[in-house]
Write a protein that binds this ligand. Structure first.
Ligand code: DAT
Length: 178
C-alpha cells in the first residue's frame, strides 16, 4: 500500500454556508487541492444551460465527471459544491456538510445580491436540510459529518476538526500498511 496516500474530501452545503471560505483556508493549511466545482464547470465548458426559473446553471455532469476523474483518482482533493448526489460515491473518504442559521445565511445571501425566488429557495434549502439529506442518502452515513459554520470561531473549529480527521486518516493508512 502507498503510505503517502492523501484523502479526497467533499465539502458541501447550501450556497452561502461558507464552503469557499473554508476550502481556501483548508487547502492552504493542508496542501490538498481545492476543486471549486462551479468554477471548473465554467472554465471547462461544462454548463449545459442556464435555468431562468431557478436562476442557476445546469451542469453537464458527465463531461464534468470525465474531466475530474484524473484529478480525483490519486487523492489529495477538497471538492467544493452545493450538491453532492451526482459524484461517484467511491471518490470521497469523508463528506462534511456545512450548515448556517437562517438569519446568518439570509444576511450573507443578501450581501451577495440574491433576491426574490433565488433567495427564498436557498433559505428553504437550508431550513429543510436538503443538502444534508442528499449527502446522507448518497454516501455511507458514517462518513457524513455536519458542521455548524456561523461564526469565525466555528470556522476555526471546523478547520481544526477536519485537519484532525486528515491526521487520523493518514495514521490509519500507515498502520494498515505495516
Ligand atoms: P459558499 O462557498 O458556501 O457559497 P462563501 O464561502 O462564499 O460560501 O461564504 C459566503 C459569505 O459568508 C462570505 O461573505 C463569507 C461569509 N462567511 C463564510 N464563512 C463564514 C463564517 N464561518 N462566519 C462568518 N461569515 C462567514
Amino acid at each position: 500500500m502507498n503510505v503517502t496516500q492523501k484523502p479526497n474530501i467533499l465539502i458541501t452545503g447550501t450556497p452561502g454556508v461558507g464552503k469557499s471560505t473554508l476550502c481556501k483556508k483548508l487547502a492552504k493549511k493542508t496542501g490538498l487541492v481545492w476543486q471549486d466545482i462551479s468554477k471548473i464547470a465554467k472554465d471547462q465548458n461544462c454548463i449545459q444551460e442556464y435555468d431562468e426559473v431557478y436562476e442557476t446553471s445546469v451542469l453537464d455532469e458527465d463531461k464534468l465527471l470525465d474531466f475530474l476523474e484524473d484529478e480525483i483518482s490519486p487523492g489529495g482533493n477538497i471538492v467544493d459544491y452545493h450538491g453532492c448526489d451526482f459524484f461517484p460515491e467511491r471518490w470521497f473518504d469523508v463528506v462534511f456538510v456545512l450548515r448556517a442559521d437562517n438569519t446568518n445565511l439570509y444576511d450573507r445571501l443578501i450581501a451577495r445580491g440574491y433576491e426574490g425566488k433565488k433567495l427564498e429557495d436557498n433559505i428553504q434549502c437550508e431550513i429543510f436540510q436538503t443538502i444534508l439529506e442528499e449527502a446522507q442518502s448518497s454516501y455511507n452515513s458514517e462518513i457524513v459529518h455536519e458542521l455548524q459554520n456561523n461564526s469565525e470561531q466555528e470556522l476555526h473549529q471546523n478547520i481544526k476538526q477536519i485537519v484532525k480527521w486528515i491526521t487520523k486518516w493518514k495514521k490509519d493508512k500507515i498502520q494498515k500498511s505495516e
